[in-house]
Design a protein around this ligand. Structure first.
Ligand code: FAD
Length: 290
C-alpha cells in the first residue's frame, strides 16, 4: 500500500521546524529515520497531512561528552550509537542495547529520538533511557524544557511530548553508568521487536551488591524498573541470590497481554532473562573493580 497524499517539509533549522509544527494545520508529524512512521503511513494506520523531516537538522545529530553527561542528539542513528567508541567506554549498556535493535539496515536509519518518541513498550532505547536516568530535552515555539525518563513514558505509544514539540537530545548522567551492565532479550526471530528484555546495572564490593538496578521492557505498557532490585544491596552476588531475585521479579511484574505471549510466558521469560543477565553484569562489575 501507499500512504495517503501529504505535504513534505524539509526545514534547515530547529527554529524552522518548530515553527512549522506551530503553524501547519491538520495532522502534522515529524519524521527522523522513518523506520516506524513510514511503514505506519504505508499501512495507513497514520495519515498525516504534513510531514516535517528532521534529517537536515545537523544540530540534532551527534554524541558529546560533558563533565557530567553523555549527550546524544535525537537524530543520532542506532548504528552510530552502536559503533561509537565513546559510547562503548562511558555507556556500554546503551551500546549493547543499540546492537539488539532490528537489523543493520534499520539501525543505519532509525534514530534514538524516533525510538524514544514512539515509545513502543518492547523497544530497547526507551528502557535504556529509563535505566540510565536520561533527561530528554523538548523544544517548541513555547521554549525548551527537560523531562526525566521516569516521567516521559505515559503508556504504549504515549509520551510527555506535546504535538508541537520536538525531542532534540537525551542526556545520560555518567553516574548512572557506573558499574557493570548487561542486556538480554527474547525475540521469536532475530531482528524482530523482542517479546521481553532485561537490563541490569550493578556495583559490587567484596562479592556483595553495593547497588543494583534492573529494568524490563515488554512486560508492561511502558519500560519498568524493578523495585525489588533495591533489596539486593548488601546481598552476596551468587547464584542463590540471582535465583531468588529472578523469582521475585517474575512475581512482581504485571505483564501485558498481547498476541505474542501469555502472562505466564512473560513471567517465565522475565525470570529466565534475569537469571541470564544479572551474572553477566556482576562479572563485568567484578572485572571493573579489579
Ligand atoms: P520515525 O519512524 O521517523 O518516527 C517514529 C515516531 O517518532 C513518529 O511518531 C515521529 O513523529 C516521532 N518522532 C521521530 N523523531 C522525533 C523527534 N525527534 N521528536 C519528536 N517526535 C519524533 N525498534 C526497536 O526498538 N527494536 C527492534 O527490535 C525494532 N525492530 C524493527 C524491525 C523492523 C522490521 C522495523 C521496520 C523497525 C524496527 N524497529 C525496532 C523500529 C526502529 O528502531 C525505528 O527506527 C524506531 O522505532 C523509530 O525511529 P525513527 O528514527 O525511524 O523514527
Amino acid at each position: 500500500m501507499k500512504p495517503v497524499p501529504f505535504v513534505y517539509h524539509a526545514p534547515r533549522s530547529l527554529d524552522q521546524a518548530v515553527s512549522l509544527l506551530d503553524e501547519l494545520e491538520g495532522d502534522v508529524r515529524v519524521t527522523a529515520g522513518g523506520q516506524s512512521l513510514i511503514p505506519m503511513m504505508n499501512l495507513r494506520v497514520v495519515r498525516p497531512d504534513h510531514l516535517v523531516d528532521l534529517r537536515y537538522l545537523d544540530a540534532l545529530s551527534g554524541i558529546e561528552l560533558t563533565d557530567t553527561h553523555l549527550v546524544v542528539g535525537a537524530t543520532t542513528t542506532h548504528r552510530t550509537i552502536e559503533k561509537s567508541p565513546l559510547v562503548r567506554r562511558v555507556a556500554p549498556l546503551l551500546r549493547e542495547m543499540a546492537s539488539n535493535i532490528a537489523h543493520i539496515p534499520i539501525r543505519e536509519r532509525g534514530t534514538i529520538g524516533g525510538s524514544v518518541a514512539l515509545a513502543d513498550p518492547t523497544a530497547e532505547f526507551p528502557l535504556a533511557a529509563l535505566m540510565l536516568d536520561a533527561e530528554m530535552t523538548l523544544s517548541s515555539v513555547r521554549g525548551t524544557r527537560t523531562v526525566k525518563a521516569d516521567e516521559f513514558f505515559h503508556s504504549a505509544l504515549e509520551t510527555e511530548l506535546a504535538e508541537d514539540e520536538i525531542l532534540t537530545s537525551l542526556a545520560f548522567p555518567l553516574e548512572a553508568n557506573r558499574g557493570g551492565s548487561a542486556f538480554t532479550e527474547f525475540s521469536r526471530r532475530k531482528g524482530d521487536f523482542c517479546v521481553a528484555g532485561v537490563a541490569v546495572v550493578v556495583r559490587l564490593r567484596d562479592g556483595r551488591y553495593e547497588a543494583a538496578r534492573i529494568g524490563l521492557c515488554g512486560v508492561s505498557d511502558r519500560p519498568v524498573l524493578s523495585t525489588i532490585a533495591g533489596q539486593l544491596a548488601g546481598e552476596r552476588a551468587d547464584d542463590a541470590t540471582t535465583n531468588r531475585i529472578a523469582d521475585a521479579i517474575a512475581d512482581e511484574i504485571e505483564p501485558m497481554i498481547d498476541g505474542r505471549a501469555t502472562v505466564a510466558d512473560r513471567r517465565d521469560i522475565a525470570r529466565t532473562l534475569v537469571r541470564r543477565t544479572l551474572p553477566v553484569a556482576c562479572e563485568r562489575a567484578a572485572a571493573i573493580a579489579q
